[in-house]
Design a protein around this ligand. Structure first.
Ligand code: G3P
Length: 214
């Protein structure tokens, strides 16, 4: 499973990239707003930090605006993936952008039928939001299971990119279910590396090492 970082904070992205675990980056308007910087400037810098797919979201909601913004994003760097909301206008735009060879990530997916339509439109990635479904008392990971099964049954090429990840169990379940990508906030990436028994074991080794004659 590929691991993307879900962040617009270039310090976090740099740190995560140094761990060698990052295959790509996803951003969204909410994450960029937190930085206080222009979306274009953030994405340009990210493209210099990570050599992999970088999702940059369109802000328009009409077919014309989505296609126009998508083409602009795609022109900026070869690694840019245009993030498009899962609405009817968005699906039409994905068809057009796909036909032009532009990669897309269809976002805000909350149902298997939405995921089927995104695949039919030729999306490169589908982004189901597991955490937000859990927040609404639904089972986010059940949606991943359904989409992975449907895509496998019909050999859809669209990759399942698990988004709205909140904790390491979401990551483990994504990998177990065969998701193609999991996009993970920096805090959760750090949690993936940690285990209390590792810390306890290391402290004991370091303590015992002092007893070894030099
Ligand atoms: O990038 C989209 C997604 O990962 C958002 O996550 O935590 O705002 O639901 P969250």
């Amino acid at each position: 499973m590929k691991i993307f970082i879900d962040s617009a904070d270039t310090h976090e992205i740099r740190e995560a990239a140094r761990m060698g675990a990052i295959d790509g980056v996803t951003t969204n308007p909410s994450l960029v707003a937190k930085t206080g910087r222009k979306y274009v400037d953030v994405v340009k810098e990210i493209c210099e930090l990570v050599d992999g797919p970088i999702s940059a979201e369109v802000l328009g909601t009409s077919y014309d605006d989505i296609v126009r913004e998508g083409r602009e994003w795609a022109k900026m760097h070869k690694n840019i993936v245009v993030k498009v909301p899962l609405i009817v206008e968005g699906l039409k735009a994905v068809r057009t952008l796909t036909d032009e060879g532009i990669k897309t990530n269809v976002t805000l997916c909350f149902s298997p039928t939405q995921a089927m339509l995104a695949a039919k439109a030729g999306a490169t990635y589908i982004s189901p939001f597991v955490g937000r479904l859990d927040d609404a008392s639904e089972d986010g990971m059940l949606l991943i299971e359904q989409i992975v099964t449907i895509y496998r049954n019909y050999h859809y090429k669209t990759e399942v990119l698990v988004a709205s990840v909140r904790h390491p169990i979401h990551v483990v379940q994504s990998a177990t279910l065969g998701a193609d990508v999991c996009t993970i906030p920096f805090k959760v990436i750090e949690q993936l590396a940690k285990h209390p028994l590792t810390d306890i074991g290391l402290a004991k080794f370091l303590e015992d090492a002092k007893k070894i004659p030099r």
